[in-house]
Design a protein around this ligand. Structure first.
Ligand code: NAD
Ligand code: MG
Length: 390
């Protein structure tokens, strides 16, 4: 007799990670039963996904779009709802595996709700961990949840880090492609347009993370993400530029051994790893072609041109929730850049100035609850907005 299908939900199914997840699940209709799909605004794609996967529930975050989604799914068995509470309802529907792929701190409450089920949560939404790492990891422990990293670097670390040897880790090294402007001078960086910044050389991703990759704030967020996921002090988390994006991370042990995971730059590989774990899923994604001559380069990052990598280090011993300020200021700065209201080389400086002012205006302690996290986020966002555009 065939095994019962695994029940799955995708929070943020219309995004880049969400669409890759839908593709993988659609290839195995017997293995997976889709409980819920959510999106913020893209009714057409959400409805098409719900029909393709025969989803139990489709939720659109923007409440004004309820009637459109209802009409698009008329005559299908899919239940339809809308608004922020409906997103939480989707995350609380029982499922064996839930993909957290909403972008930004907007993913925090749905992700925590998913964690509260005590099943498996595949985490792409790194901003939620950056803002609420200690609270989220405590919830994971309390509910006995399996939290599997989807971010390619963290998924690589997860694959090669033997928990029995944790005390023998000397450091982990996250690789960074360097983004589209790796060789740009400071003067060239000042003139970068949103269209140029959205063109990543090796990965195809959503708008926000593409800009974060171009400024390397993405790697700064990933250093914080790794600190919480693997419970390591920040000074044991290093970054190297690796333009080919084939080696996704390395774990170095005290005996000098360095273990790594390699794969083509295709998010379907880490997503499939979390979907099937502890088993493996055959996929048709891109392959690392060893029948060609392959070059693998590692370089030290230039901290003068990519200051986010140095800025993140002030989070290491922070007890004031400064990571929330870093994330909020970055979300504001990226939105301003994409709207043509901020120069590319003024994204990280806005984050720096909010972080510099943070000790004076912060409540002075780590957030004790998720409501506190949103209060801190609101304070930092207002401060970032009050700096105007640049
Ligand atoms: P995306 O912008 O392509 O998709 C975001 C998804 O979230 C969409 O489904 C959108 O409808 C939904 N969404 C947006 N705002 C929302 C809101 N306010 N409330 C509810 N839902 C909302 O983003 P993405 O590139 O797929 O990235 C998703 C997350 O995964 C991010 O945290 C990103 O850092 C992380 N991540 C992405 C990649 C990648 O390859 N794209 C790789 C690693 C990690
Ligand atoms: Mg990554």
């Amino acid at each position: 007799m065939a095994a019962a299908p695994k029940t799955v939900s995708i929070l943020g199914s219309t995004g880049s990670v969400g669409q890759n997840t839908v593709d993988l699940i659609a290839a195995y209709p017997q293995r997976y039963k889709v409980v819920a799909l959510t999106a913020q605004n893209n009714v057409t794609l959400l409805a098409a996904q719900a029909k393709k996967l025969n989803a139990g529930l489709a939720v659109i975050g923007n409440p004004d779009l309820y009637a459109d989604l209802k009409a698009a799914l008329a005559g299908t068995p899919t239940e339809v709802s809308a608004g922020p509470d409906a997103l939480i309802d989707a995350a609380s529907r029982p499922a064996d595996w839930i993909m957290s792929a909403i972008v930004g701190i907007a993913g925090l409450r749905p992700t925590l709700t998913a964690i509260g089920q005590g099943g498996t949560v595949a985490l792409a939404n790194k901003e939620s961990l950056v803002c609420a790492g200690p609270l989220m990891m405590a919830a994971v422990a309390r509910h006995g949840t399996t939290l599997l990293p989807v971010d390619s670097e963290h998924n690589a670390v997860f694959q090669v880090l033997d928990p029995r040897q944790k005390t023998a880790i000397s450091r982990i090294i996250l690789t960074a492609s360097g983004g589209p402007f790796l060789r740009h001078t400071l003067a060239e960086l000042a003139a970068v347009t949103p269209a140029e910044a959205l063109k990543h050389p090796t990965w195809s991703m959503g708008a926000k993370i593409s800009i974060d990759s171009a400024t390397m704030m993405n790697k700064a967020l990933e250093v914080i993400e790794a600190m919480y996921l693997f419970d390591l002090p920040m000074h044991k988390i290093d970054v190297r530029i690796h333009p080919q994006s084939l080696v996704h991370a390395m774990v170095e042990y005290i005996d000098g051994s360095i273990l790594t995971q390699m794969a083509a730059a295709d998010m379907r590989t880490p997503i499939a790893h979390t979907l099937a774990w502890p088993e493996r899923l055959a996929t048709t994604g891109q392959r690392f072609d060893l029948n060609q001559n392959i070059h693998i380069d590692f370089e030290m990052p230039d901290l003068k041109r990519f200051q986010a990598l140095e800025l993140v280090r002030s989070i290491e011993n922070d007890e004031t929730g400064m990571a929330i300020a870093l994330n909020a200021a970055n979300e504001v700065a990226v939105a301003q850049f994409l709207a043509g209201k901020r120069h590319f080389d003024q994204i990280v400086p806005l984050v720096r100035s909010v972080m510099t002012m943070w000790p004076e205006i912060s409540p002075g302690a780590m957030p004790a609850t998720i409501d506190d996290v949103f209060t801190y986020d609101g304070i930092a966002r207002a401060l970032a907005e009050s700096q105007g555009s640049a």
